[in-house]
Design a protein around this ligand. Sequence first.
Ligand code: NAD
Length: 537
Amino acid sequence: MTTAPEAENPRAVPEKGGPAPRHANQEVFDRLAARISVRPGTRPMAEVVAPFTGRLLRQVPLCTPDDVAFAVRRAREAQKEWAARSFSQRAKVFLRYHDLVLARQEEGLDIIQLESGKARNHAFEEIADNAIIARHYARHAEGYLKPRRRKGALPLLTVTRELHHPLGVVGIVAPWNYPLSMAVTDAAAALMAGNAVVLKPDLQTPFSALWGLALLEEAGLAPGLFQVVTGRGRELGGPLIEGADYVCFTGSTATGRTIARQAGERLIGCSLELGGKNPMLVFSDADLGKATHGAVRGCFANTGQLCISIERLYVQAKVFDEFLARFQKLTGKLELGASFDYAHDMGSMSSKDQLDKLVKHIQDAVEKGATVVAGGKARPDLGPYFHEPTILTGVTDQMLVSREETFGPLVSVYRFETEEEAIRLANATPYGLNASVWTRDVGRGVRVASAIEAGTVNVNEAYAATWASVDAPMGGFKDSGIGRRHGAAGILKYTAAQTVSVQRLMPLSAPPGVEEARYSALMTRALKMLSHIPGVR
Ligand code: NAD
């Protein structure tokens, strides 16, 4: 990505010399760019490039800290009226959005593919995810957040309720790998809780988020409530955290630490979903047909640019050779290419940086003695950032790929003997985002899962079962982050919990005329008695 002086006529969506999308044209990109929260005046521009071709898609402004402050102010204004709406009024917007995102998916799929370079099947995951999350929080936000009776200090005499208030303005910093999902689904939970949102999408992929915003406003979201600023993370992150009441971040562990420090300075909450070096364990009793298909999906979905994808694959010795042969064969059959239909299984890497990191990890491993058993080569014949899905064996601790997240279509396959060894190897990483366990013995699957230090563990699936169980929390252990998305945790984090207690008849202190010493003795006796009554806290 390079910056350029503001152009009068930004370049068109690539139509010649590259694959042509049928549903998103230049006019769509111009319309979406007009939604960026930028104050009047000239801004330097950044180029958004289509990874399939390496050509300019459209320029977007590099917003300034002032633009961010302005966006936060406008969002805060709009939030007051939105917070006063009932849950069912807010839900109507998200149920309409659910229908719109499915109905207009062809346009959305083109936009996602154009700016991320992914295959259409993986772009569809984002459409489905948006619909599922919008429906989930539309239907369940009230249940998660409505006032609840809690046990009072004194039975019958203290009536206590737990309330949840919106925080105000939620700042969201989103990555490029799932540019619609990561931008809009976290926003959906924040908005359903009664907040406004200011989003900073990645500069490589702002248009998917802007498309989601356009559909939300068409569905009835009040203008101003959801603002999008485009620019460099290191320049806009600070001002966003300065103005927001909470920050939700998805991206690298290094940036996550910076965000956590800044949020800490302001004493605002943050949730961070960060990197992973996710393991998959295949036990000898596993259905090897299903396990190999699961491994292909788990390792190469979205060209491996998926925080929950598999980069370390441990196979029990007894079935190692058979599994590897099947996995190698299936990987070799994956169709790579750039097309705006479902003709290809795998698309392009998102950028030169990602491709370079992948190539570096493979070269380093090969130089230190690893064997490439599938793939291994870049495919410039298909597009500037294409690379084959790649399997390595013989990987040792000295190799970068053994510990660093590649975030690409690269997996190392290792052998293990016992369950204890498999668990130890799975946990031998500073990360703890996702894991996958394959066995016909469900009891063992659940036992092993609970011993793995990861926020989600899929038994006989790679990543989709936990991700799509949107009623349950999703997030990382260890260096993979703090906080959760999805379920109750994914919306409660956007609220301030308040406890309101009404005290009746007698106070929680010595009544008038009763000496403190006598009151303490009475209380001591009462507390001792209560501890013998089952069910009393
Ligand atoms: P990154 O963490 O730098 O970028 C993610 C987002 O954070 C982008 O929107 C970026 O503009 C923003 N950002 C960057 N610096 C910031 C700052 N100081 N303050 C606020 N926001 C800031 O990640 P990257 O450089 O795009 O990718 C590097 C690596 O991160 C990848 O190779 C991969 O390992 C990991 N990654 C993980 C995820 C995930 O889903 N967990 C997503 C993207 C990248």
